[in-house]
Design a binder for this molecule. Structure first.
Ligand code: G3I
Length: 338
């Protein structure tokens, strides 16, 4: 089976592996699309982790999981700190990996001076403009795509009641996008969200917003579909929904993929997880406008899941000991269309 995968993948290989643990191939199989991973600064002290992070046979692209967020980049008004983000950019540049910026405006991990500032409409818009412009401008030419706006909808398709929405209505959305465009005209500007993998009220609301932004000549280049999934629960409408987004005339990217399970992991759960990874990768593969996939860290050792969902985890394609799981082969099979 694995031999056939290699023969059909048209890869020039020095050897034919005898087990998938020997494969390093996710990025190569993605072809014209990219395959990448999130990473975080504390992880960069682990030499085995860093070696795999820089393995360009598997990863074309990196996203910083935390260090570009508002609380880390403008912890006090007008005081910008880029050291953490710079470290991830340097790590990516060492290996010619693409960088995704994450993120300019989010209600979470937001500096408390913004949340608690009681700013009026005009002041908060100028704060958003300055934050996005300064952040995106600092990385001008080094970041291909930015999650300019993160998680701005509720699951029912209404706008999230963040300090930004409560103060400015939807005006902050155009302000953030315009500031980002001005700061780095070549960067692709995205709105990124979860629970928009399948069709539903939230996906429809986001599509309507993108149509409106385009009609208003506000710059918008892409939709980021986070894809924090649960084993056995991949929406059957995922491919069609990605196509629906792409049909709006924007890029689509799977930006934060992981597939969690209730622990302990079992062979049956790992097998279902493998199938789920295949389904998701195949959905992206088959939609021309889906330009790439990022896993939300590649190893269970550093996954965000157990810290947020008690009793759940094992969501990544590599286990806590950096061993490839069946999910890894699921990604391979997804890119190959098996
Ligand atoms: O920085 C503090 C550190 O000083 C302290 O000692 C430690 C103790 O718990 O906490 C550290 O902060 C943690 C931070 O990550 C940095 O490691 C926070 O507690 C923790 O909540 C935070 O979690 C991050 C989460 O966003 C916050 O919502 C995850 O690492 C990060 O992977 C996750 O990423 C988000 C995306 O940005 C948006 N989409 C959902 C995704 C998963 O939640």
């Amino acid at each position: 089976m694995l031999k056939e995968i290699f023969l059909s993948s048209a890869m020039a290989l020095a050897f034919v592996p005898t087990s998938y643990a020997q494969l390093d191939i996710l990025a190569q199989l993605a072809g014209k699309k990219y395959f990448g991973t999130a990473t975080d600064n504390p992880e960069l002290t682990n030499t085995s982790y860093v070696a795999q992070l820089g393995n360009t046979l598997d990863f074309h692209q990196l996203t910083p999981a935390n260090s570009m967020k508002w609380e880390n980049t403008e912890p006090e008004r007008g005081v910008f700190t880029f050291a953490g983000g710079d470290q991830i950019v340097q790590q990516a540049q060492k290996h010619n990996q693409l960088m995704r910026g994450h993120n300019c405006v989010w209600h979470n991990q937001l500096a408390s001076w913004v949340t608690d500032g009681n700013f009026d409409n005009a002041t908060l818009l100028s704060i958003v403009e300055n934050h996005c412009g300064t952040l995106v401008g600092h990385y001008k030419g080094q970041i291909v795509s930015w999650d300019v706006l993160n998680e701005i909808f509720n699951d029912d398709g209404t706008f999230r009641q963040s300090v930004f929405f409560n103060t400015t209505g939807t005006a902050y959305i155009a302000t953030a996008l315009r500031a980002a465009r001005k700061a780095d005209p070549k960067a692709k500007l995205y709105i990124n969200d979860f629970n928009i993998e399948g069709s539903g009220a939230k996906s429809t609301a986001l599509a309507n917003l993108v149509k409106q932004l385009k009609a208003d000549k506000v710059p918008i280049d892409g939709i980021g579909v986070q894809s924090h999934m649960i084993v056995g629960e991949i929406p059957s409408t995922m491919k069609d929904n990605l196509q629906m987004f792409a049909d709006l005339g924007v890029e689509v990217a799977i930006t934060e993929l992981d597939v969690r399970m209730t622990l302990p992991e079992t062979p049956a759960l790992l097998e279902q997880q493998k199938k789920d990874y295949t389904t998701i990768i195949q959905a992206c593969k088959e939609v021309k406008g889906c330009i790439g996939v990022t896993v939300w860290d590649w190893t269970d050792k550093f996954s965000w899941v157990p810290g947020t969902f008690a009793g759940q985890g094992a969501a990544c394609p590599w286990d806590e000991n950096f061993k490839k799981k069946p999910a890894y082969l699921g990604i391979v099979e997804g890119w190959l269309g098996l």
